[in-house]
Design a binder for this molecule. Structure first.
Ligand SMILES: Cc1cc2nc3c(=O)[nH]c(=O)nc-3n(C[C@H](O)[C@H](O)[C@H](O)COP(=O)(O)OP(=O)(O)OC[C@H]3O[C@@H](n4cnc5c(N)ncnc54)[C@H](O)[C@@H]3O)c2cc1C
Length: 495
């Protein structure tokens, strides 16, 4: 292996256990700073049952017999753990709230035939957008969120690691993440609901550590300059400083490192999703259980497309298949597609990728198995969410132990996999309306950094829809236009 970066995230969720998230990518497609990246690996006992649910199969979890060495990692004594007693009450309370809410929802599962705003996808992106729109103007319009799986079994959001960092190369990503950090810090103020416990996303402040070889050092320096200019607190470390700070890392072959000092860490994605959803509902958003399966197109005789004989079709109706199998038609004025890894499929239903002219280029967002793409010839096949544990033992572990000798003694107890909402054009967000349809917006393609961007992207989409332009962070460059023009906007620090 001639160049690499190692990213480590140590997790201590309330529901689960210590998690080390190791990013491994010997030859990243876009980044001159390669990134180590693999599936998230649990290093202690309990399991995050909320994250596994039905996506889980027995082979999804590792059995202790699969490995022979023992765990030597010990928890940091300074980290706070919630007491079992407190946790039991909190989880019970949350579950009762969810049951009550789902009963209210099922009692009220009257699906409107006409709405002002429809959002496809009730994951973190759809829920954040719903919240921002509704908090700005709770009484002004009706809004529904259509979600095919209210248990979020396979959603990116609930299978996510929940990491947040400022170490990106594009100003938009750095600004979004800085905003998110401040939003999360003030989450109780933003997302509390009357008579409910304030949200607690179990934020764990820990900086990301990126390592660059000679090839990546200049890019890392340029990234660092921009990050600091925009207000991020990031330390650039020479190999000797790195060794001083992290004596357990072998520094041979490393030219430079960058380490987040503030606003980086991780949180519980399920809690953030619940908080957004609960707040959006309290402000009047309606969540509808059902899968959007198609759209209806209306030929517009009075509209013509420049330099084309093709008629123009507008879209104002969607078809949703409910849990009971009924198909309902809903008329909408504005549609927002936030369907995560399935956004490309939804776009296809809108003739994006199959229509004429600017509809020809497909929306390049597809599910990407999290530990699928970094591994060149030894890539596992990413068709379901089962984890190939031999892959870890044979291909990942030796490389990790080479860089961090202490990893020789780790024992993996369980693991999970998930799908990225992967933008194959440039691994970057696609936000904004499609130039063909001025009433259809997308918020997708985050390729592994969507959960941390959700607060800022929700606000940006709200501004675009209600103000007609971006007022806070300008995300124009993330628009669909670059997809149509085939002009990638590369984020150089993809994990
Ligand atoms: C293992 C893993 C680790 C990650 N780690 C991080 C991290 O550390 N930091 C970070 O910022 N990001 C991380 N991510 C990425 C992040 O989780 C995603 O970018 C983000 O959750 C995307 O949110 P979303 O709402 O767009 O998609 P989703 O959470 O997938 O939500 C989309 C929803 O749309 C619904 N849907 C789809 N099609 C339809 C339809 N036709 N009709 C109705 N509903 C539909 C789905 O059921 C789903 O619930 C990680 C992702 C994975 C998989």
């Amino acid at each position: 292996m001639n160049r690499f970066i190692l990213g480590l995230q140590f997790h201590n969720f309330r529901h689960s256990s210590k998690i080390v998230n190791i990013f491994y990518n010997p030859l990243s497609v876009s980044s001159p700073i390669s990134v180590w990246k693999i599936l998230s690996i649990k290093l202690a006992t309990n399991s995050n049952t909320r994250a596994f649910k039905d996506c889980d199969s027995e082979s999804h979890k590792i059995s202790a017999e699969n490995t022979t060495t023992t765990t030597t990692w010990t928890p940091n004594a300074t980290e706070e753990r919630e007491s079992a007693f407190k946790r039991t009450f909190r989880v019970l309370k949350e579950d009762l709230w969810n049951i009550r809410n789902s009963q209210i929802n099922s009692r009220e599962q009257r699906i409107p035939s006409e709405v002002d705003i429809a959002i496809i996808g009730g994951g973190i992106m759809g829920s954040s957008i719903a919240y921002w729109l509704k908090q700005r103007a709770p009484e002004s319009f009706n809004l529904i969120v259509l979600e095919r799986d209210p248990t979020y079994t396979c959603a990116s959001t609930t299978l996510s690691v929940g990491g947040i960092r400022q170490q990106f190369s594009l100003p938009e990503n750095i600004q979004l993440s800085l905003f998110s950090a401040s939003f999360l810090r003030n989450i109780k103020r933003h997302l509390s609901v009357l008579d409910q416990d304030p949200p607690d996303i179990a934020f764990q402040p820990h900086g990301y550590l990126f390592l660059a070889t000679e090839d990546g050092a200049a890019q890392m320096e340029a990234n660092h300059k921009l990050q600091v200019e925009l207000g991020a607190k990031i330390d650039l470390l020479s190999p000797s400083k790195l060794k001083e700070k992290f004596p357990w890392i072998r520094t041979d072959g490393i030219a430079l490192a960058s380490h987040g000092l503030e606003n980086e860490g991780w949180f519980d994605p399920w809690s953030l999703l619940s908080a957004f959803k609960r707040k959006a509902i309290s402000l009047g958003a309606q969540y509808v259980d059902g899968e959007v399966i198609n759209f209806e197109f209306d030929k517009e005789h009075e509209k013509i497309i420049e330099e084309s004989d093709d008629p123009y079709y507008s879209v104002n109706h969607l078809l949703v298949k409910t849990k009971t199998g009924d198909i309902k038609k809903i008329k909408f004025a504005v549609l927002i597609v936030a369907a995560g890894p399935s956004t490309g499929q939804v776009a296809k239903m809108l003739r994006i990728g199959t229509g004429p002219g600017i509809l020809k280029p497909p929306l390049p967002v597809e599910p990407s198995f999290l530990y699928f793409f970094p591994f060149q010839s030894e890539e596992p096949d990413g068709t379901d969410l089962d984890v190939d544990y031999t892959f870890f033992n044979k291909s990942v572990w030796p490389v990790l132990a080479e860089r961090v000798p202490a990893f020789e003694k780790i024992k993996m107890l369980s693991a999970w996999a998930g799908f990225y909402d992967y933008n194959t054009l440039d691994q970057n967000a696609i936000v904004g309306h499609h130039p063909y349809y001025n009433n259809i917006f997308f918020a997708t393609g985050f390729s592994g950094h969507g959960i941390q961007m959700a607060p800022g992207v929700g606000r940006a989409v709200m501004e675009l829809i209600l103000d007609g332009s971006y007022e806070s962070i300008d995300l124009t460059r993330f628009g669909v236009k670059r997809v149509i023009m085939n002009e990638p906007l590369l984020e150089r620090n993809i994990v």
